[in-house]
Design a protein around this ligand. Structure first.
Ligand SMILES: Nc1nc2c(ncn2[C@@H]2O[C@H](COP(=O)(O)OP(=O)(O)O)[C@@H](O)[C@H]2O)c(=O)[nH]1
Ligand SMILES: [Mg+2]
Length: 456
């Protein structure tokens, strides 16, 4: 962007900018989070937990043309219309990086407040898939190491058989053809999608799941091969493509997007994982540890080079969709989230970032209710289901001690013992917006306070 553009918009070049990254695995709730955060920053009636909103320091908020000419704009208006329109529904999934700029006019507080006039502050929000962070661990691997790892963990996951069948169609000496490559890559990608759908998080290469404009390109057309193929022509070409993927897909993402973030929120569908069972919980714990590796500079030489002295200063881990639970259980959900991140957080803290865990709902779809079942009073929630029916719902009681979930998960248990955790697909509640209020949420204001409150 040229200097001229800025002047035309009448903004000072020195206006501070906060770059907030929003990430999480697919379906974690990124789109809903950004949409609701922006709506609630534009209309701040429900943002009492954000100090600058409560005390009136934020004088005005408005959307700007986003400054990066080469990144799609986050489709805020369309997503908001979906969620809060006359027929409320969830926004459709997005499969690429997008960005939005929200600008605030702020009255500085304190001693110097009288001396300085109001200031503009830009919040650039960057939505990117957590799957892309998982690719970081490909960087210090060879094609051979990566192949061995993914082939080993593939067994028993959905789509593994179809991929094995595709492998049987070639031998070590089969000459390389694009058709053969596409067939193998197709079967491998189908496996990744099926595994992802079934709740597995560690699905690499991440861009295979969200190829965007790179779909069909050679850098995205390879697959792991067994050791026995190592001397053959297909193996040689796949090894080359794997290196191209690292150099042309993974590195540029870290350089162009990741390296420029100041603050980060990592959204986690912890309830979804608990519902899916111990394996999904353990898999999420590991994926989060890997994701956090990206925030621990020094791990890979090239990354610390790209980062220079820049650091993400604050990282929020937010367990989303907390409106599935009665508030009496929110503390437990937060503790489970914290415990799940324990090791990874210790490392990120060490790198100087402040971290916090929280349970939130970006768009609250339920009200609380006590239901009576078998002579018991159960703290439940009530909402509208996707088919329009109303239902009260008790998801089960999360344990007070997170180890009750995390220990069996680590030990490879196949299911929870003596407990069941349900989850429901609620639709966004029909619109009851009041003038000056954003969409209903749970603790989105506290999330905003942690992420940007100190800079306003
Ligand atoms: N009840 C409830 N469901 C949510 C909330 N946020 C997200 N969801 C659900 O999670 C799905 C995925 O959210 P989305 O923002 O599209 O995830 P993304 O893939 O990370 O962008 C949505 O379609 C909703 O079904 C929330 O605050 N409350
Ligand atoms: Mg999305």
């Amino acid at each position: 962007m040229g200097i001229g553009d800025d002047l035309m918009r009448g903004l000072g070049l020195s206006d501070p900018v906060i770059r907030l990254g929003v990430t999480g695995l697919s379906r974690a709730g990124k789109t809903v989070f950004i949409t609701s955060l922006v709506a609630n920053l534009l209309d701040r009636g429900r943002m009492h937990g954000l100090r600058a909103a409560a005390d009136g320091a934020i004088k005005a908020a408005w959307l700007q043309p986003q400054p990066n000419d080469t990144i799609p704009r986050f489709e805020y208006e369309r997503h908001l219309a979906a969620m809060t329109g006359p027929d409320p529904h969830w926004p459709e999934g997005t499969r690429h990086v997008s960005e939005l700029r929200l600008s605030l006019r702020v009255q500085p507080r304190g001693m110097i407040a009288g001396l300085r006039g109001q200031q503009a502050l830009h919040l650039d929000i960057i939505d990117y898939p957590g799957e892309w962070l998982l690719d970081l661990r490909l960087m210090d691997k060879t094609y051979r190491q990566w192949s061995d790892e993914v082939l080993e963990r593939m067994a028993g996951r959905p789509g593994a058989d179809a991929f094995a069948a595709a492998l049987r169609g070639i031998g070590p000496d089969t000459p390389f053809t694009e058709t053969a490559a596409q067939e193998l890559a197709g079967a491998y990608t189908a496996h990744l999608h099926a595994a992802r759908e079934a709740g597995w998080s560690d699905c690499t290469p991440g861009r295979f799941l969200m190829p965007g404009e790179m779909a069909g390109s050679p850098a995205l057309t390879f697959a792991p091969l067994p050791e026995g193929f190592a001397q053959g022509p297909i193996h040689a070409e796949f090894r080359r493509r794997f290196e191209a993927y690292k150099a042309r897909v993974v590195k540029p993402f870290f350089r162009n997007h990741f390296a420029r973030l100041d603050r980060q929120v990592v959204l986690m569908d912890v309830l979804g994982a608990i519902h899916a069972g111990p394996r999904a919980v353990e898999d999420m714990r590991r994926a989060m540890a890997d994701i956090l590796g990206a925030f621990r500079p020094g791990r890979a030489g090239w990354l610390s080079q790209i980062l220079g002295s820049r650091r993400v200063e604050r990282i929020l881990f937010a367990a989303t969709k907390a409106d599935h639970l009665h508030q009496s259980q929110h503390g437990r959900l937060t503790n489970i989230t914290s415990a799940m991140l324990r090791e990874a957080r210790d490392r990120a803290d060490f790198a100087g970032a402040r971290t916090e865990a929280m349970s939130i709902a970006s768009l609250r779809c339920t009200t609380e209710e006590i239901i009576h079942r078998d002579g018991e009073d159960l703290p439940a929630v009530r909402g509208t289901l996707m088919d329009g029916r109303q239902a009260a719902f008790y998801p089960g009681e999360l344990p007070l001690n997170p180890a009750e979930l995390l220990t069996p998960a680590r030990q490879g248990a196949a299911e929870w013992l003596g407990a069941d955790y349900e989850i429901m697909d609620f639709a966004p509640a029909p619109n009851t917006l009041r003038e000056g209020d954003g969409p209903p949420h749970i603790r989105l204001d506290r999330a905003a306070e942690f992420l940007i409150g100190d800079r306003i």
